[in-house]
Write a protein that binds this ligand. Structure first.
Ligand code: FAD
Length: 438
């Protein structure tokens, strides 16, 4: 009898499997694809090793930082360039993102950097937040409703919508505030205003940057987790798909074998149970990476990049990261070239369990769109002839199916915790700890 079966070899599954095996459990980890890491993977573009999706982790808790230290990567933790990112509003205006906000919600509505974006009238409306009874908006079912009620439509549309679109690939009206900003509602009730709640949550986060990275890429966490799983004896089964997930057993189909039923004392799943869920319609995200040789970009014209209002007419991209500005270690590796990463909303993913990275010809439709958008967003010409390497990867948008798991199965990962490594790592570790304590 296996002690624990972990379904899914993304970060959620890897963290849980490693902790459980380290604690002495016999663990089998099953992964449908042929690779571990899920959305945290690496690809090589123009000879540079780059993160294929996630490139940073939130510091609103210390879960990822602590894990990195345990994995021997403590000295490799790095903070992004302080120049910060910009945003583009619905009508195409561009501004540095105001300094003291949370998901675009201003902590100081009358600050000059907020006034510059929303104008005086909307800033006054947002400032009314401090006069409203704390109950106003406190029962909001979405982040959008909460901000609209406390600070007005303009702050929501100019500031929160572009930032939330970039971070969570959706509109604030579709996000549960307790999931994306844990503690915000309680702080509003306690401190009496949304702005003060934002400042309180920011103060509680690790001093300094809201996100951090790992020199060499976030994917190094996966390298070390996989090495540790090997050390602690986790049995990893690749190309093995769970077709039904129960409290004490998992049904498995592997590429080269018959259906198998694997009994276990505990089952942890980072994916919904395929037998219980109809696949939800998930949006797609296409990332196009350009490595360019264009000295005009040395001046970092838009800081670390730009988040774009989803309805901005001028460009198709939803965001651009100027990765060689954001991460000094990458600038060093790129030796004068620039890495730009554009993201697009798409209807389709390629349907595979894990995404593949495909080369892009700078002169084809995808390449042309990317160079045109990069030019519009950065305000500096990015010529197709300056592109020395390009790739595109299609990912699923966030999974909003509420787990769809049988009672007794322990839900971990994005489907239950929401998008982002900080929450996922914390909850996987808590789940493993509970099992080891039981
Ligand atoms: C473009 C992009 C950028 C991102 N940037 C950031 C960022 O900067 N910071 C951040 O914190 N987060 C970021 N995220 C989110 C973060 O990467 C994810 O939330 C996190 O990696 C999800 O981990 P997971 O283990 O829950 O899921 P996944 O990584 O999706 O892993 C699930 C695994 O389960 C496997 N699987 C699926 N079904 C089955 C089955 N039936 N049987 C067996 N195996 C199965 C899959 O093949 C996959 O390997 C980003 C995501 C994307 C797409």
């Amino acid at each position: 009898m296996t002690d624990v079966v972990v379904v899914g070899g993304g970060v959620a599954g890897l963290v849980a499997a490693r902790d459980l095996a380290k604690g002495g459990a016999h663990v089998v980890l099953v992964e449908a694809s042929g690779v571990l890491g899920g959305m945290v993977r690496r690809h090589t573009v123009a000879g540079l090793d780059l993160d294929m999706a996630a490139d940073s982790f939130a510091t609103r808790n210390d879960a990822v930082g602590r894990l990195a230290i345990e994995l021997g990567l403590g000295n490799e933790i790095t903070t992004p360039d302080p120049r910060g990112a910009w945003l583009m509003t619905r009508d195409g205006r561009t501004f540095p993102i105001p300094a003291t906000g949370l998901l675009g919600i201003p902590g100081s509505p009358m600050a000059a950097d907020v006034l510059a974006v929303v104008g005086q009238k909307a800033a006054f409306r947002a400032q009314m937040d401090s006069l409203l009874p704390s109950l106003v908006g406190s029962k909001a079912t979405s982040l959008g409703e909460l901000v609209r009620k406390r600070m007005g439509e303009r702050v929501l549309d100019d500031l929160v919508v572009p930032i939330v679109a970039g971070v969570h690939s959706t509109h604030p009206d579709h996000l549960d505030p307790d999931r994306v900003a844990p503690g915000l509602r309680a702080a509003l009730l306690r401190d009496g205003s949304l702005a003060r709640a934002v400042l309180a949550l920011r103060a509680r986060a690790t001093a300094g940057s809201a996100v951090q990275g790992i020199r060499g890429g976030i994917v190094r966490l996966v390298d070390e987790l996989v090495a540790d799983m090997d050390t602690y004896g986790v049995e990893v089964r690749l190309h093995t798909r769970a077709t039904a997930i129960e409290e004490h057993a998992v049904e498995l189909v592997s590429a080269d074998g018959p259906t198998e039923r694997l009994p276990a004392d505990h089952v942890l799943a980072s994916t919904p149970d395929p037998a219980r869920t109809t696949p939800a319609t998930r949006t797609g995200i296409e990332l196009v990476t350009l490595v360019v040789d264009q000295p005009e970009l040395d001046a970092a014209p838009r800081g670390t990049g730009m988040l774009v209002h989803p309805d901005a007419a001028e460009v198709a991209a939803k965001a651009i990261t100027h990765a060689t500005v954001k991460w000094p270690w990458l600038a060093e590796a790129a030796a004068g070239r620039h890495v730009l990463r554009l993201s697009y909303a798409t209807d389709a993913t390629d349907g595979a369990d894990v995404a593949t990275s495909l080369p892009v010809d700078p002169a084809d439709a995808t390449g042309t769109r990317a160079t045109r958008d990069a030019t519009a967003l950065l305000g500096v010409p990015v010529a197709p002839s300056a592109v020395v390497g390009a790739a595109r990867v299609r990912w699923h948008g966030p999974d909003t199916t509420a787990a769809g798991l049988a009672e007794g199965v322990v839900a971990i990962g994005e489907a239950s915790t929401g998008r982002g490594l900080a929450g996922i790592v914390a909850s996987s570790r808590t789940a493993a700890e509970h099992i080891l304590d039981s």
